[in-house]
Write a protein that binds this ligand. Structure first.
Ligand code: NAI
Ligand code: OAA
Length: 326
C-alpha cells in the first residue's frame, strides 16, 4: 500500500467541491492505488455545511480515504499538503465577467499563498480554480516566495474539454478522437481556443470544418460557454469544473498520454513571446510530475493576434492587483 497523499480542497462546502471531493476520494485524480487524506478548508460560517459533506464522504466508505480534516484556518488545512485545489471563491452571476470577481476574491489568494508558503510540502502542486483563476494563481504564487513558481497553475482544462466536445460534435467524432487541442491565455472570454494543430482521427481538423464555423461559431462558443451554463442553469458550472480539475491534476501527476497534450495555465517562461511570469495557458505535456510547454508550433498572424489580446488582458488584471503582489 502506498503512503497517503495529502490533498487540500478550499471552498469544500461549495458547489464544485460537492462533486470534486467524491471523485478525488474514489481515486479518479491520483490513481486507484493511491490513498488520500482530505484536508478541507471553509470559511467559519460554512463549517456546519461542511460537516454535512464530510458525513456523506464517510457514508461512501471509500477504500482510499485515509483521513479527513476540516478547518477554517489555511495554516491548518494546508499543513504538509502534496496537492492544493484552491476552489473557494465567489462565483459570478448573470451579466458579470470573471474579472469582476477580482476585487471580491483576490485577497483570499494572497492569504492562502502565504499559508502554502509556510506549511505545505515543498513540492506541493497547486491548482487554482476560483475565478479569475489565472490572476488568483499569480497572487498565490507571488505570496509564496519559498515555493517553486512552476508549482502554481490555474485551470483552463474545462475550456480545453469544452473545445474537444464542440469539435467532436461538429466532425461526428468522439472526444477521444480529437488530439492536440490548445487553449491559449486567460480563462476568460479573451481565451483563444486554437484548432490549428488539432487532429480528428488523425486528420487535420482545419481541413474538416469550414473556416467560417471556426471563427464565428467555435471560438465564441468555447469562450462564452461558462456564461451559457450560468444562463441555462442559473448557477456556474460545477460538476464539469470539478471533473476538469480531476483531469488537470491527474495528468500533471500521472502524465499525459503519448501523442497528445493538454492545456494548463502556468507561469510563462517567455515561450511564444508571452511575457514571463504571467499565468498563461499553454499546450503542455506532463511526465514524472512535471509539465513542459510544447515548443516549436507555427503561429500564424490570426493566432498571434488572439494570443496577444488575451496576454494583454492578463497584464491588465495583474496591474489591477499590484498591491497584492509582493
Ligand atoms: N477555472 C474554471 O474553469 C472554473 C472556475 N470556477 C470558479 O470556482 C469558484 C467556486 O465555484 P463554486 O464552487 O460554484 O462556488 P460556491 O459559491 O458554490 O462555493 C464556493 C465556496 O467557497 C467558500 N469560500 C469562500 N471564501 C473562502 C475562503 N477564503 N477560504 C475557503 N473557502 C472559501 C464559500 O464558503 C463556498 O462554500 C468560483 O470562483 C467560480 O467562478 C467555476 C467554474 C469553472
Ligand atoms: O463562467 C464562470 O463564471 C464559471 C467558469 O469559470 C466556467 O464555467 O468556465
Amino acid at each position: 500500500m502506498k503512503a497517503p497523499m495529502r490533498v487540500a480542497v478550499t471552498g469544500a462546502a461549495g458547489q464544485i467541491a460537492y462533486s470534486l471531493l467524491f471523485r478525488v476520494a474514489s481515486g479518479d485524480m491520483l490513481g486507484k492505488d493511491q490513498p488520500v487524506i482530505l484536508q478541507l478548508l471553509e470559511i467559519t460560517p460554512a463549517l456546519d455545511a461542511l460537516k454535512g459533506v464530510v458525513m456523506e464522504l464517510d457514508d461512501c466508505a471509500f477504500p482510499l480515504v485515509a483521513g479527513i480534516t476540516m478547518s477554517d484556518k489555511p495554516e491548518e488545512a494546508f499543513k504538509d499538503v502534496d496537492v492544493a485545489l484552491l476552489v473557494g471563491a465567489r462565483p459570478r452571476g448573470p451579466g458579470m465577467e470573471r474579472k469582476d470577481l477580482l476585487e471580491a476574491n483576490a485577497a483570499i489568494f494572497s492569504v492562502q499563498g502565504k499559508a502554502l508558503n509556510d506549511v505545505a510540502s515543498r513540492d506541493v502542486k497547486v491548482l487554482v480554480v476560483g475565478n479569475p483563476a489565472n490572476t488568483n494563481a499569480l497572487i498565490a504564487q507571488r505570496n509564496a516566495p519559498d515555493l517553486n513558481p512552476a508549482n502554481f497553475t490555474a485551470m483552463t482544462r474545462l475550456d480545453h474539454n469544452r473545445a474537444l466536445a464542440q469539435l467532436a460534435a461538429k466532425t461526428d467524432a468522439h472526444t477521444t478522437d480529437v488530439k492536440q487541442m490548445i487553449i491559449w491565455g486567460n480563462h476568460s472570454a479573451t481565451q483563444y481556443p486554437d484548432i490549428s494543430q488539432a487532429t480528428v482521427k488523425g486528420q487535420a481538423a482545419s481541413g474538416l470544418v469550414a473556416r467560417d464555423w471556426y471563427e464565428t461559431d467555435f471560438i465564441p462558443t468555447v469562450q462564452q460557454r461558462g456564461a451559457a451554463i450560468i444562463k441555462a442553469r442559473g448557477a456556474s458550472s460545477a460538476a464539469s469544473a470539478g471533473s476538469s480539475a480531476v483531469d488537470h491534476v491527474r495528468d500533471w501527476v500521472l502524465g499525459t498520454p503519448a501523442g497528445d497534450w493538454v492545456s494548463m495555465a502556468i507561469p510563462s517562461d517567455g515561450s511564444y513571446g508571452i511575457e514571463k511570469g504571467l499565468i498563461y495557458s499553454f499546450p503542455v505535456t506532463c511526465k514524472n510530475g512535471r509539465y513542459e510547454i510544447v515548443q516549436g508550433l507555427d503561429i500564424d498572424d490570426f493566432s498571434r493576434e488572439r494570443m496577444s489580446v488575451t496576454e494583454q488582458e492578463l497584464r491588465e488584471e495583474r496591474d489591477g492587483v499590484a498591491h497584492l503582489l509582493p
